[in-house]
Design a protein around this ligand. Structure first.
Ligand code: 13P
Length: 287
């Protein structure tokens, strides 16, 4: 069932669990995530970055693929198709092309411009019933590896954006995308407490889910995090499983070169990773 994230965020926040956003890259990825959600009776959010959108031949192609799979695979759990870190233009494009959820990331603008643009996206999204995620306090990437911690959002700015009527809010609390550097200082729970108290009732989003220790995840959920994004961890699991297959020479045995066979171990690895995250986030059985 393709739905916005409105209802699932409300239920997760009130029920003290988090819904996983898993980024998709192709058909195998999408199918693996949808099947795992169904098998575990869990709501799920499919994340699409702008780059992945281009790779998969545009947002309209993705909408067709996801809708087709939901129907053909008999997926009855709630599924949101969500733009990840969208620019202003991309946010408008997915609203037009049939996504059910959109992230507008205006965190690199000054707060006034972030507010203005977020407001416009909310108005457009509301017309079509999409959920909206906004961001305050940029979330760094692996290239920032020398820095022990990502940016920390200002709680007052979070409150300003939350009050615009977003569904969920991504706020930097020292988290970063990709693998964490060895000197990472961990999540800033003092900041999370301030943001959570100020935005009271707002489901918060934790980006950079890859590599955050389980106890920090559980603590963050108990403090108002209701959506957790995971991308790199599925990529690493997929790559390791396919590498193992090739290194074992399996592609050279019989019809082992058939892409449906070659990629199968990678698909199983994604499924195992997604299942593990759903269990950790507490979303199993919550569809
Ligand atoms: P990771 O790649 O670190 O899991 O982060 C995913 C993410 O936050 C997507 O927005």
């Amino acid at each position: 069932m393709l739905v916005s994230a409105n209802e699932m965020m409300k239920k997760a926040y009130e029920g003290h669990y988090a819904v996983g956003q898993f980024n998709i890259n192709n058909l195998e990825w999408t199918k693996a995530i949808l099947q795992t959600a169904q098998e575990n009776n869990s709501p799920v959010i499919l994340g699409v970055s702008e780059g992945a959108g281009k790779y998969m031949c545009g947002f309209n192609t993705i909408v067709g693929m996801v809708k087709g799979m939901i129907e053909t695979l008999g997926i009855t759990v709630p599924v949101a198709l969500h733009l990840d870190h969208g620019s202003y233009e991309a946010a408008k494009a997915v609203i037009r092309d049939g996504f059910s959820s959109v992230m507008f990331d205006g965190s690199h603008y000054g707060i006034d411009e972030n507010i203005e643009k977020t407001k416009e996206i909310i108005a457009l999204a509301n017309e079509k019933g999409l959920s909206v995620e906004a961001e305050v306090g940029a979330i760094g990437g692996e290239e920032d590896g020398v820095i022990g911690r990502g940016e920390v959002a200002d709680a007052d700015e979070c409150k300003l954006i939350a009050d615009l009527g977003v569904t969920m809010l991504a706020a930097g609390i020292g988290n970063i995308h990709g693998k964490y550097p060895a000197n990472w200082a961990g999540l800033d729970f003092e900041a999370l407490k301030r943001i959570s108290e100020k935005t009271n009732g707002m489901p918060l989003v934790l980006h950079g889910g890859t590599g955050i220790p389980a106890d920090m995840i559980t603590k963050a959920i108990s403090m108002g995090v209701a959506k957790i994004n995971v991308n790199t961890e599925c990529q690493l699991a997929f790559a390791a499983a396919v590498r193992k297959y090739v290194e074992a020479g399996k592609d050279l045995e019989g019809k082992g070169f058939d892409p449906r066979k070659l990629l199968a171990p990678g698909v199983e690895a994604i499924k195992a990773t997604v299942k593990e995250k759903m269990e950790l986030f507490g979303s199993v059985g919550k569809a």
